[in-house]
Design a protein around this ligand. Structure first.
Ligand code: IMP
Ligand code: MG
Length: 186
């Protein structure tokens, strides 16, 4: 993507809060009586994770994992590498991976392999958003929030070239009309 962009509101604060509450209720019910280790995927999932854990009614330890993504602001992980390791031990734990969005599935696939090698008791995934039309590898998402068309979204933790993460709502990034781009070039 080049040129200039418009942000178009996709999910409001209220839409997001309702979805976070619904996901947290399902997770709390499913893991009742168990000790959960929530692992957020840096950096995009940080805002979602912060809201999600505050809606859980079960005990949960929180940790993070960092994955490298090669490419520009829009394309996602072609080759995936773990760049920041969780401090907690994974072995014999019930793991909930928290992701902002599942696109090709390549990041999540690599992450699930990384976790499986460390012999957890169980692993499930919670993703706020999913773009199933873009999937390149099959991944199972137990707790899936909004299903999106093939649109690039920003805000609520998600960035475009490290911008827009701090916006409290979720927007689609739309290419600005060509006339306006030309006008703003001079
Ligand atoms: P995947 O490996 O292609 O599924 O990529 C997943 C990661 O790419 C997400 O965790 C995001 O960090 C990033 N990503 C994918 N789609 C978007 C988007 O629409 N906006 C912002 N980041 C995205
Ligand atoms: Mg991410």
């Amino acid at each position: 993507m080049t040129g200039s962009f418009d942000l178009r509101l996709l999910y409001s604060r209220e839409d997001i809060a309702a979805m976070v509450r619904a996901l947290a209720a399902r997770i709390s019910a499913d893991y009742a009586g168990k000790e959960l280790l929530v692992i957020g995927v840096l950096k995009g999932a940080v805002v979602f994770l912060a809201d999600l854990i505050r809606e859980l009614t079960i005990p949960a330890e929180v940790d993070f994992i960092g994955l490298s993504s090669y490419g520009d602001g829009v394309t996602t992980c072609g080759e995936v590498e773990v760049t920041a390791f969780p401090a907690a031990s994974i072995e014999s734990r019930h793991i909930l991976v928290v992701e902002d969005i599942i696109d090709t599935g390549l990041c999540l696939d690599a992450l699930l392999k990384f976790l499986a090698a460390r012999r957890p008791a169980s692993v499930r995934v919670c993703a706020l958003m999913d773009k199933p039309a873009r999937r390149q590898v099959k991944v199972e998402v137990a707790y899936s929030g909004f299903t999106l068309p093939d649109k690039f979204v920003v805000g609520y933790g998600l960035d475009f070239a490290q911008r827009y993460r701090q916006l409290p709502q979720i927007y689609t990034l739309e290419e600005a009309p060509v006339e306006r781009q030309l006008a703003s070039d001079d």
